[in-house]
Design a protein around this ligand. Structure first.
Ligand SMILES: NC(=O)c1ccc[n+]([C@@H]2O[C@H](COP(=O)([O-])OP(=O)(O)OC[C@H]3O[C@@H](n4cnc5c(N)ncnc54)[C@H](O)[C@@H]3O)[C@@H](O)[C@H]2O)c1
Length: 390
């Protein structure tokens, strides 16, 4: 199947990601079956789409006619079989629990037409395992959008062990048809099914680093975020954690501790905050306070002079070289493209690190590893040898 043959998509899960992805697909003129387990969740998804489109109309970025056409492309469902029975493509956006996803894939496979491609919006988890739950693993792929899908441009297209090139290409080209409120969406191919894929995999050791610094009382989160903001980044690492949700961070670390290294063990502070229900933006309190969901006030004058943002860049580069060694992607430029389009960075880590010199980046990683006693930060052979073709 080719991208132009995809006329109808089912979104399985109408939460934050599902309704946002549905909105983009409907804006591209594709019919969308929006499914969730309860009518109230479907209705909530639909009303969020309407609200978001109305904002665009009020800013005169969309016509009222295009808004009604987009809404007209969306139909709600609470019976999975009905939602997937006549579609060309499905995108699962249910909670990040592997067993649940495997169960959903099995059910979608039973009811979706034979030609349909089945995608997952999983942030980190094994596309191969979801594919193995179906009778069409060649047609199962990861299609990882970022939050919120209407603003973030990156979409990772992930190959499971059995995903065919035809499925990869159709999914890649489908993303090329999508435009969100910021512009044309950017697909990046992930050629191997590895935990966290590209963007979140680079974020995993950074999360570990800032978590450990906080856990050991070595930094003040506001001072670190102030430092990062003072060099032009829209958000510091601690605010990002709160924004994403401390529950999501906890599950992410648990997954990485099982799949990458036990060194990703969930730190005490993160456990405690989860137990206390302080999950960040969604609960109004996390590392920072989010009054009524508004962003925390970070006093830039408190920037920590001892925190060097290049440490984070070095950690990202080192992780990127692991992806090159694993064959997840061939090119550091693709990794940079993923980082720039998936978050708020203006320049990718490899472009930044090249100016510093690979030997210095490697030295910095080794120093961090020794200081914290965490082997994961040790530089790879690729980085040590400077074997990086930009
Ligand atoms: N939130 C993010 O920042 C983000 C970013 C990228 C990817 N993701 C991934 O997207 C997926 C969804 O995340 P979210 O943030 O939208 O979560 P969410 O909790 O907002 O939405 C999940 C939805 O799935 C529904 N659901 C529960 N059980 C279901 C089932 N059996 N079948 C279908 N739907 C079911 C829930 O009712 C809910 O509406 C996860 O895999 C997550 O890792 C999340």
């Amino acid at each position: 199947m080719k991208a132009e043959d995809i006329k109808k998509i089912a979104l399985v899960g109408a939460g934050d990601m599902g309704h946002g992805i549905g909105e983009i697909a409907a804006m591209a003129g594709i019919k969308v079956n929006l499914y969730d387990i309860k009518q109230e969740f479907v209705d909530k998804g639909k009303s969020k789409i309407k609200e978001s489109l109305e904002k665009q109309v009020s800013k005169q970025k969309m016509t009222a006619e295009d808004m009604s056409k987009t809404i007209g492309n969306i139909q709600g469902f609470v019976v999975l079989k009905d939602a997937v029975k006549d579609v060309d493509y499905t995108i699962e956006a249910a909670p990040e629990i592997l067993d649940l996803k495997v169960k959903i894939f099995k059910e979608i496979d039973e009811h979706a037409p034979k030609h349909a491609i089945l995608a997952s919006n999983t942030s980190n988890m094994s596309v191969t395992k979801m594919g193995a739950a179906t009778k069409r693993p060649d047609k199962v792929v990861g299609l990882h959008f970022f939050n919120p899908p209407v603003m973030m441009l990156l979409v990772e297209v992930i190959r499971g062990n059995k995903t065919s090139e035809e499925t990869m290409k159709a999914s890649h080209d489908l993303v090329l048809k999508f435009k969100n409120f910021r512009g044309a969406m950017v697909p990046v191919r992930v050629e191997k099914d590895t935990p966290g894929f590209i963007y979140n995999r680079l974020g995993a050791p950074v999360g570990l680093y800032v978590s450990v610094l906080y856990d050991r009382g070595l930094v003040n989160p506001e001072a670190v975020d102030a430092k990062i903001r003072s060099i032009g980044a829209p958000m510091g690492p601690y605010e990002i954690m709160d924004y994403t949700g401390l529950d999501v961070n906890l599950h992410g670390m648990e997954y990485f501790s099982e799949t990458l290294s036990p060194e990703f063990k969930v730190p005490n502070w993160l456990k405690k905050m989860n137990e206390a229900g302080a999950l960040g933006k969604k609960t109004g309190k996390g590392i920072f306070t989010w009054p009524g969901g508004a962003r925390p006030t970070i006093d830039i004058s408190k920037a920590d002079p001892n925190f060097d943002p290049m440490d984070i860049v070095c950690i990202q580069i080192n992780e990127g070289t692991k992806l090159l060694e694993e064959g997840v992607t061939k090119s550091p430029a693709e990794i940079d493209k993923a980082v720039v389009n998936g978050g708020g960075s203006v320049i990718g880590p490899f472009t930044l690190g090249k100016g510093m010199g690979w030997a210095k980046v490697a030295e910095r990683c080794e120093a961090i590893s020794k200081k914290l006693g965490i082997k994961w930060f040790m530089p790879t052979q690729t980085l040590k040898k400077g074997n990086i073709q930009m």
